[in-house]
Design a protein around this ligand. Structure first.
Ligand code: AMP
Ligand code: GLY
Length: 427
């Protein structure tokens, strides 16, 4: 079968790396891909939002399955457009993708399904939002309801900051239409974890747990990024927590989507906070996480392509995935200045040496080829991913590989996995 992966990040490189191992695969394409995916697939020079051209390409090549990486084309209706042409595609419809693309919709849905989540108010009027915020004296989180590339969430320790955030989102329109509506919610305390599940409309298969590191700096300091590293499994996700996430979040959510007439098919990613009162939902994403997918793919032993096809057929109940019990860890190497502005075009050296470290794969994200040389071309540049017999060994391997890679002003966190090592259930 021919497969097309849409996207160009570390997540898509990891999906391509895994799908390339499938016996069911005849030929792999990636649109637009990156120099890393080019080693496994044929890159196609089409943007992720070029839906009409992507449909044409998939028809012309008789693509048997298209796998969508990022949220934007899902929210734009890429799945609906492919299905209208009889093409097989993995991901939710535009209506179902609102679970990520419209935080107000998501909040109302999960509330109606009694999913444990932060208490929240939804506003589409700035004066009303101001009045409410001014009446509170606790820490608040202010969120643009629409897609804002991960930048539309403000953690405000005082109402003054929350007022400024509401002003920035609604009056200054910092995120355009995505900020017409805001969600103002209580700030939850605890450890975050990512629970990714395959969903075929009815059946749910939960992948192994993982944990991202959103802040740019060690010890979770500095501004939030797309994710600076991840590991799987996350020891903080005990069996009890996982069981609660399934029974109190995923099952009622999938049922509520069905009741609303918008069944969920694809990957459902629950971002959770493990609070003293149990796990609470922070958000849903309608796609694989990045960087979480990188450690997850190196641990997955079964055929991913077969599982994704089962989701599309509504036969997820027949799927059981085998996982390597060893932990895996991904350290993201980013361009200096990220998540703010950064320079591009820095020559990247040492990838071959890094890839020779035992049980290590270097996934590429913001990279490009310039006159035959690999250079930086984005904020998150590489995802250095290693497995080990335990998390300490996985960490040592990943950082050994990182030490072999060089590009000007490279920045990365030094503490990926320290939280796992300090978790009560880790050995
Ligand atoms: P979201 O896109 O809604 O997941 O928000 C992005 C990040 O902001 C999350 O991964 C958390 O780190 C943080 N966050 C969001 N909502 C809350 C909340 N209610 N309490 C504490 N932190 C939050
Ligand atoms: N790792 C965070 C995300 O994929 O949204």
């Amino acid at each position: 079968m021919k497969v097309l992966i849409i996207g160009s990040g570390g997540r898509e490189h990891a999906l391509a790396w895994k799908i390339a191992q499938s016996k069911l695969l005849k030929q792999l394409f990636c649109a637009p891909g990156n120099p890393g995916t080019a080693e496994l697939a044929q890159n196609v020079a089409l943007g992720v939002d070029d839906i009409g051209e992507l449909v044409k390409f998939a028809k012309g090549e008789s693509i048997g399955l298209t796998v969508v990486g990022p949220e934007a084309p899902l929210a734009e209706g890429i799945v609906d457009a492919f299905k209208a042409e009889g093409l097989n595609i993995f991901g939710p419809s535009a209506q179902a993708a609102k679970i990520e693309a419209d935080k107000a919709f998501c909040k109302q849905l999960v509330r109606s399904a009694s999913v444990p989540t932060a208490k929240a108010r939804i506003f589409d009027d700035l004066d009303a939002a101001r009045k409410y915020i001014s009446s509170r004296d606790e820490a608040l989180v202010v969120k643009a309801s629409g897609l804002a590339a991960g930048k539309g969430v403000f953690l405000c320790s005082e109402p003054k900051e929350a007022l400024a955030a509401a002003q920035k989102i609604m009056a200054e329109e910092a995120f355009g239409d995505a900020g017409r509506t805001i969600v103002v919610e209580e700030m939850l305390k605890g450890q975050e974890a990512s629970i990714l599940a395959l969903v075929d409309g009815t059946n749910i298969y939960v992948l192994e747990s993982s944990q991202d590191h959103k802040a740019i700096g060690d010890g979770d300091t500095g501004p939030n990024t797309g994710g600076m590293g991840a590991y799987s499994p996350a020891p903080v996700v005990s069996e009890e927590v996982m069981a609660q996430v399934v029974s109190d979040m995923l099952v009622p959510t999938v049922d509520a989507m069905n009741r609303a007439g918008t069944p969920y098919r694809g990957l459902l990613y629950a971002g959770i906070m493990i609070t003293p009162a149990g796990p609470k939902l922070l958000e849903y994403n309608c796609r694989f996480g990045d960087p979480e997918t990188q450690p997850l793919m190196v641990r997955l032993k079964s055929d991913l392509l077969a599982a994704l096809l089962a989701v599309c057929r509504g036969e997820l109940d027949k799927v059981d995935l085998e996982w390597d019990p060893r932990p895996a860890l991904c350290v993201v190497m980013a361009s200096g200045g990220y998540p703010g502005s950064y320079e591009k075009g820095k020559v990247i050296a040492g990838l071959d040496q890094a890839g020779k470290v035992e049980d290590t794969v270097v996934f590429q994200a913001g990279t490009a080829l310039l006159d035959g040389e690999l250079v930086t071309s984005g904020g998150r540049v590489l995802g250095v991913t290693s497995m080990g017999d335990d998390i300490t060994q996985a960490k040592a391997r990943a950082y050994e590989a990182v030490s072999k890679i060089n590009f000007e002003a490279a920045c990365y966190r030094r503490d990926i996995s320290d939280k796992a090592l300090s978790a009560p259930s880790s050995s």
